[in-house]
Design a binder for this molecule. Sequence first.
Ligand code: HEM
Length: 407
Amino acid sequence: MAEFKKADGIVDWLDQRLAVKSFMKVMMTQYWIPKKINFLWAMGVILLTMFAILFITGLLLVMYYKPDVALAFDSVNKTIMQEVEYGWLWRHMHGVAASVVFLVMYIHMFTGIYYGSYKRGREMIWISGMLLFVLFSAEAFSGYMLPWGQMSYWAAMVITNLFGGIPFIGPELVEWIRGDYAVGDATLNRFFMLHVCLLPIVVIAVIAFHFYSLRFPHVNNEISEELDFDLEAEKYLAGQKKESKVIAFWPDFLCKDIFYICLFMIFYFYLVCFHYDFAMDPINFDPANALKTPPHIYPEWYFLWSYEILRGFSYEIGLACFGIAQVIFFVLPFLDRSDVVAPAHKRGAFMAWFWVLLLDMIILTIYGKLPPVGINNNIATIASVLFLLLLIVILPVITIMERKAKK
Ligand code: HEM
């Protein structure tokens, strides 16, 4: 048994039992971040803040929400929105946060791609990040179902139907997911459990893993310079803070991040107060009706690009391409065959590849919201084929050429 002496304060008391000082050193005061980073490196901590907002507002909403097809719609639109004090505010904060978290996640992902932060020992950071993206997607989908409006119901019908296209087990799988032959009370109950219990627990665990995976390879920097962190840390600890190329996660990095969080909060609360409707489809203010299909069913903006890939082809091919689009970013570190870690503007063809990919995903998003008629269909097919080619063929080819040119 370890030796315990009389503590000289609360921190010392905790330190003797939980080694909090060592923990703070390893994860905060001696966790080194490169100096050469810009505001894009604040996105990770902004994401963490958004998750905290989603968690807290979600706890307040769940006190009044009723996961029952006969009561769900009124519990949201009457009880929470009209009767509970500030219920409308918690709902708007939750809905807007659910939407902007994807905007920040896309910026965070594309920052990683631009600076090559998924390579040279950072593969697990990328993979755990992609896992978070998939988990947040599942959270968003299951949450969208809860108000039990027209879009909730029909989006659940469309998405669960997709699993029916899986060979051999499709129809049984759809029934198993729904808990019934059609989307109904059993489906709402299980998606409620996923949304408020299982998925948040897994998200918290994966966020912890994402942070842990950053600890050894360290965060990348604006010029993708490979730093000797031990040497730079020594300089910092010896008081040569100006000469050192690193800063401490706490207080230096987080203090800067708090400034960016404040700026972001201005934008976020502006949306919450004046444009909360952008995160809420007007059709979802009609109660779910299994007998009345809405004229045009589409998902929230952040799923539109992959939805458009689904619509860009015939059913079976579209489903297969949609499946590939969901997982392709996981293997990005292995599709990029070059060992060059540098910002895209120093990588020639990669720079062009990056901007074409981004533009293509924006086109897919815009057309994903339009009805699939006439020219829209052709654009969807071309943009979807281009998306798959960019990742599966063009990226490996240009990065192999980059590797050969370096030799
Ligand atoms: C809730 C979701 C997420 C949280 C809370 C989060 C948090 C963070 C934090 C705090 C950092 C370090 C600082 C920074 O670079 O911003 C980071 C870095 C990173 N994250 Fe995430 N992240 C999330 C989602 C994602 C996603 C979806 C991806 C993409 C697949 C991703 C990939 C990365 C990469 C590659 C880095 C290293 C950046 C570098 O070395 O410069 N993360 N993340």
